[in-house]
Ligand binder design. Structure first.
Ligand SMILES: [Zn+2]
Length: 342
């Protein structure tokens, strides 16, 4: 099969479009013919190299995958050859206390397609049956690939971690990213008022089209100042961030009393200064969030199927142009998901 593999960490030049062996499947696995694979910022980190994750080389990136079940193992019960499927990105043991509680991403053996196992930058990928979900209704392969990681992440952040409630004010940082565009919609679904932050009027128009009630252009407006104005000095109940140090001061200042800050990433700096006096005095909370459980993705998918939440697609590239697709992601000049087509 054709695949884009990396044999070492490095720049875009380490993404090699080449022949690779078709993956053999175990009895409890499904071989999926990949129709679309969405990029995530994670792919860039993994390509460059992250000390926490030692990749098996040669390695195939790609965590968000849709396709057709091409072959099913003898023990597979719920997937048939020819089924249109999407893959739940997180792979866990299924037998530990955390897995039984639905806290998949707390499982000690938790990984994603594209980290410790091969991902979707290829014509075929193997997947445990437990990760193979049907594509509901008339959802296209592109839409199905654009959903899992970002909607699971946004759902887990807002619903499971921050405990979003109707009527709350939610500040979404990085509204143009995959997680940001999913978070705007999930927050609206739960009856919140959404203030979206992005760096450009075009992105902010798109954020409004997804349901954002208020927008802030961080290149020419103060985030904290605008939040103060919009909320009548009260601040927001939830800040959803994946940028980090570059916006931390503004985010923390923007929180109301009892406000919750929830983060799932640090694309611009991991170390921040925290005033504990303000944290306890204003009874605020900080939450870390990483992926989520399969059950949460299934919940989000119900609303995707009903078109109450929708995949946001920026563009699609042929698989062999994976480097160009990653370059576009690095440029930050996109809105929603960037896809690869094998
Ligand atoms: Zn487990």
């Amino acid at each position: 099969m054709k695949a884009v593999r990396i044999h070492e960490h490095g720049g875009l030049e380490v993404l090699k479009y080449e022949d690779a062996p078709e993956p053999p499947i175990e009895a409890n696995e499904v071989l999926v013919e990949v129709k679309a694979c969405a990029l995530n910022h994670l792919d860039l980190w993994l390509r460059v190299g992250v000390p926490a994750w030692k990749l098996p080389f040669p390695h195939i990136l790609g965590s968000d995958i849709s396709g057709v079940a091409a072959q099913v193992g003898s023990l597979v019960k719920h997937v048939k050859q020819g089924d249109r499927v999407l893959l739940c990105p997180g792979i866990s043991c299924g037998h530990c206390t955390e897995c039984f509680q639905g806290l998949d991403s707390a499982c000690r053996s938790y990984t994603l397609f594209g980290i410790l196992v091969d991902g979707g930058y290829a014509e075929y990928v193997r997947a445990p049956e437990a990760n193979v979900l049907p594509i509901s209704g008339d959802l296209s392969f592109d839409e199905a690939a654009a959903v899992p990681l970002v909607f699971l992440t946004a759902w887990h952040m807002l619903v499971a971690r921050a405990g979003i409630k109707p009527g709350e004010d939610v500040l979404v940082i990085g509204a143009g990213s995959g997680v940001g565009s999913a978070a705007i919609q999930v927050a609206k679904l739960f009856g919140a008022r959404v203030i979206a932050v992005a760096g450009g009027d075009e992105k902010l128009e798109k954020a409004r089209a997804l349901g954002a009630d208020e927008v802030i252009n961080h290149t020419c407006q103060s985030i904290a100042g605008e939040v103060r104005r919009i909320t009548g000095k009260r601040g927001v109940d939830i800040v959803l961030d994946h940028v980090g140090a570059a916006v931390w001061e503004d985010c923390f200042q923007s929180l109301a009393t009892y406000g919750r800050f929830v983060t799932c990433g640090v694309t611009a700096g991991a170390e921040v200064k925290l005033d504990l006096q303000v944290l306890f005095g204003r009874q605020r909370a900080l939450y870390g969030s990483f992926m989520g459980g399969k059950g949460e993705l299934v919940e989000a998918l119900k609303f995707i199927g009903q078109r109450k939440l929708k995949a946001v697609i920026d563009s699609a590239f042929p698989l062999k142009e994976a480097a160009a697709a990653q370059r576009k992601m690095e440029s930050r000049n996109f809105f929603g998901k960037i896809l690869l087509h094998p």
